[in-house]
Structure formats: structure tokens, C-alpha cells
Design a binder for this molecule. Structure first.
Ligand code: SF4
Length: 459
């Protein structure tokens, strides 16, 4: 099949970017946050050895504040660097000879090439795409946060991850693998524009990127005219598409191959202190772990542990404070460094998280995210969350289905925050139908009723 002939297509107007919008912290361009400079690292395919991970942790302790994070997209972040230490940190990382991705984020599922549920290994296509973008002449000027997912399915597929450009493998009736190309969204919301054979994909994506380049360095997938591209690729109007069930959290033992189980762990509250991580990795190496794969939802996988010691590895993970169960209420909380590590924070996010787990566990059934944000910047969860508690002039602001910078639906005095969460859980529980999740109950109640219910309590 010949590659389709591509030409740039008219697009919708661009938003005007602010100075910080679109910033993407990298080794050579750390981002200023409330707790110093932040660097985001993207090991190639999310893969690194336990020793490399431990060396990064040591550098985070030596040059930063010793806190490491795995983000919701599975990137590694080191916090608390400053203008003097950031260059030394960068030099240390670069001297490790660890392949790092730079430029456009091209993401594959965390167990790409291992997960037997995949239609094919998506990494060769991702590599070819990286090369085509790097070698493009003239260089493409693209938004720093632009992302492309190359997803061939499997248990830990990327269907829930929002991307500017999505490539999702599909198996045709004759057995051939095809790539569905869609724009701006996750598997549910992105606009499909083409179904391509493998050899057509690079040309098609480069054509989209050239159009974004022509639009300017802030252009994102949402600025592409999906309808025009759909016509261009002669792709029929989208019908009902099979949407995969959401990918599970990475936590627990995954026995794809009983002879080679994989342990998944999550960082408690998205963060871990460097010495704890280093100690845990040393134990895992002793048990045979040879590869780490960073994973979405603030976790990572350990590969290479023998079946007879995988139970011990799981216990050790729990003993080091890592999340190992899909029912851990901490899975549902996103929080930033808070007053423990950030000068901008108005409260101790970690202490409040422990309070909510103790006082309002029914809110944390995994159906919604509770975001505790030390200030309205919302570093830990820039997108909307089911519930967000942020700082307000005289205490806290509670935002329902919004972000930390959103307008609060209720204000809570600092001294009342524990009882407010008890009251909120009672409201959500009272409105719950049999078998219903906290998120569904919250949605039916609506932000107005939640706000009024809480507000009335404090007036
Ligand atoms: S959101 Fe949290 S980490 Fe970010 S600046 Fe505010 S307090 Fe600091």
C-alpha cells in the first residue's frame, strides 16, 4: 500500500500561551516550583536498571531535597534543586550513560514488548518516529508538552492517557495489524482520523507535525482540524468504537508468565524519599530484579524476580511504604510536597492525607481522585480531579470536579477540616445507591449540593 500524499490542512485558531504555559522541565531546562527547581527525566521506554534508579535517587539526595516522584504519565521527577546544584545534577545523570528521551514525548505502554495481550511490540514504531522527528529538516518547532502515544494494547494499555496524537494498534479481520490515528484526547475522547498500515504511519504523523510547526510553537493536537484530516485520509465517520476497559493500577503481582512474575508498586502519595527508594532497590536487586519500567499512575514495575521470592518482594515493598494493593485508599489521593517541602504551601498535605484516610475512607474507593494541593498551583494534579482541596485565604477551598486553580464550591475553616471530610463522606454515602461508587454519588449530588451541604455546616 502506498503512503497517502499529505498536505497541510487549515486549522482552528491557537490560544495565546502565557509565559509558563507549555513549560516542560528537562535536565537542561529545570522548572521553578515552590520547592525549588524540578527536573523531569524520561528514560527511553521508561526502562532503567535498579542501579541506575538508585544512582538517580542518590543524585536527588545530593543535589535536591531528596524527594522523587513518578508522575501520572510515568515520568520520573526530582525536586528541590537550585541554580547551583541543577547543573551538577544534570552532569551526574548524563555521566550515567542511561538512554533518555528528549524532544517530543513518544510514549509506549509500561510493559511494551512484555505484555502478552499486546497486538505487537510498539517500540520499533516509536523508535522510528523518534528518528524521523529528530532527523527532520528543517527541525520541527513543536510545543514542549506535545505528546504522542504508540499503544498496542495489553493489560496496561495507554487508553486513559491524554495525548496530542494517538496511535493505537488494531487487528484487521485478515490478521494484519493497522494503526488507528486519532487527535487530542484519550481513547474515549480523541478524534479518529485515519486507519494506517505500519509503513504509512511515519509520513502521516510527520505531516501532522509539520502542520503544528506551521501553526507555531504552542500548537497542540486540539488545534488540528480533525474533520479535514479525516477527509484527507478518507477515513469514514467514526462509528461506535470498542473502548478497552481502563488499565488497572500497576500495583501487585502480575503473573503474565507464571515463570516470570512482575511486581508492580506505587509511590505513596506519588513521592518517595531517596534513602527509602535506594534501600528498597538494593533488596529487589538481591531478589533478582534486573529491570525497572516506570508506569503511569505513579508507579513502577520490577522485572526479573523469581516466582519463589516474589511474595517476599511484595512484603518488602509494603514494608518500605510502597503501595502494593489496588484497594489501598492512598491510591486515590494525589498530593504535592506541601509544607514539608515547599515554601509556597499553606498546609501539610501529607498530614491531611493521613487524616482523610482515617476519617473519610469511603470517599477513597478508587472511583475518584482526591487532590490535596498546598496552593492553587496544583503541581501534583494539574488536570481536574473529582475533589480538590486547596488553600484559601482563611483555610481551605473545596473544588468539586475541578482543578486547584478552580473556583471553590465550599470554603472550610482550617480548624474544621477534619469534621468537613467526615461530613462530606456522610453526604456522599447518604446519596449512594446500592453498589454505586463515591464518584457516581458525587456526580449525582452535584457541586452545588455538596457546596451548600458543607457550607451550611459551618455557618
Ligand atoms: S502546588 Fe504544592 S508543590 Fe506546587 S507550588 Fe503549590 S504548594 Fe508548592
Amino acid at each position: 500500500m502506498n503512503a497517502p500524499k499529505i498536505s497541510p490542512i487549515a486549522c482552528s485558531p491557537l490560544p495565546v500561551p502565557s509565559a509558563r504555559r507549555g513549560a516542560c522541565p528537562s535536565l537542561d531546562a529545570p522548572m521553578a516550583t515552590g520547592d525549588g527547581l524540578l527536573v523531569r527525566l524520561r528514560p527511553l521506554d521508561g526502562s532503567l536498571t535498579p542501579r541506575q534508579f538508585a544512582a538517580i535517587a542518590a543524585a536527588a539526595k545530593a543535589f535536591g531535597n531528596g524527594l522523587l516522584e513518578v508522575t501520572a504519565r510515568g515520568n520520573l521527577q526530582v525536586r528541590g534543586l537550585d541554580a547551583e546544584t541543577a547543573p551538577a545534577f544534570a552532569q551526574t545523570i548524563l555521566s550515567m550513560d542511561m538512554p533518555l528521551s528528549s524532544g517530543v514525548a513518544i510514549e509506549t505502554p509500561p510493559l511494551a514488548g512484555i505484555d502478552p495481550g499486546e497486538i505487537l511490540d510498539p517500540r520499533p514504531l516509536a523508535d522510528a518516529l523518534r528518528q524521523a522527528i529528530e532527523m527532520h529538516v528543517p527541525p520541527l518547532r513543536l510545543a514542549p508538552k506535545l505528546s504522542i502515544t504508540v499503544d498496542a494494547g495489553g493489560r496496561f494499555h495507554l487508553g486513559g492517557i491524554v495525548a496530542d496524537i494517538r496511535l493505537s494498534a488494531e487487528r484487521r479481520a485478515d490478521g494484519a495489524a493497522m494503526w488507528r490515528l486519532s487527535l487530542a484526547g484519550n481513547a474515549r475522547t480523541a478524534r479518529p482520523v485515519a486507519l494506517l498500515a505500519g509503513e504509512q504511519v511515519i509520513d502521516a504523523v510527520i505531516a501532522l507535525l509539520r502542520t503544528l510547526d506551521a501553526l507555531g510553537p504552542a500548537a497542540r493536537g486540539r488545534n488540528l482540524d480533525g474533520e479535514a484530516w479525516r477527509r484527507h485520509f478518507a477515513f469514514p465517520p467514526a462509528g461506535d468504537e470498542d473502548i478497552e476497559a481502563p488499565a488497572p493500577l500497576p500495583v501487585g503481582i502480575h503473573a503474565f508468565d507464571p515463570g516470570q512474575p512482575i511486581l508492580g508498586v506505587g509511590l505513596s502519595f506519588c513521592q518517595i524519599e531517596a534513602p527509602v527508594l535506594t534501600a528498597f532497590l538494593a533488596e529487589m536487586e538481591k531478589l533478582g530484579a534486573g529491570e525497572i519500567r516506570l508506569a503511569p499512575e505513579h508507579g513502577f514495575f520490577l522485572i526479573g524476580i523469581a516466582p519463589e521470592t516474589i511474595g517476599e518482594a511484595l512484603s518488602l515493598a509494603a514494608a518500605h511504604g510502597l503501595r502494593t494493593s489496588a484497594t489501598d485508599p492512598a491510591n486515590a489521593i494525589a498530593l504535592c510536597a506541601g509544607a514539608r517541602g515547599c515554601a509556597s504551601a499553606f498546609f501539610d498535605t501529607h498530614a491531611l492525607a493521613r487524616t482523610v484516610i482515617a476519617e473519610a475512607p469511603s470517599l477513597l474507593d478508587g472511583s475518584l481522585t482526591l487532590h490535596l494541593s498546598g496552593c492553587p498551583k496544583g503541581c501534583a494534579h494539574p488536570a481536574a480531579a473529582g475533589l480538590t482541596l486547596t488553600a484559601a485565604p482563611t483555610g481551605y477551598g473545596l473544588v468539586v470536579n475541578g482543578s486547584a486553580s478552580g473556583s471553590p464550591d465550599a470554603y472550610i475553616a482550617a480548624k474544621d477540616v477534619t469534621s468537613a471530610f467526615r461530613r462530606l463522606a456522610a453526604l456522599v454515602d447518604a446519596g449512594r445507591r446500592p453498589g454505586e461508587t463515591a464518584a457516581a454519588s458525587l456526580e449525582r449530588l452535584g457541586a452545588g449540593a455538596i457546596g451548600q451541604g458543607l457550607q451550611r455546616d459551618w455557618e
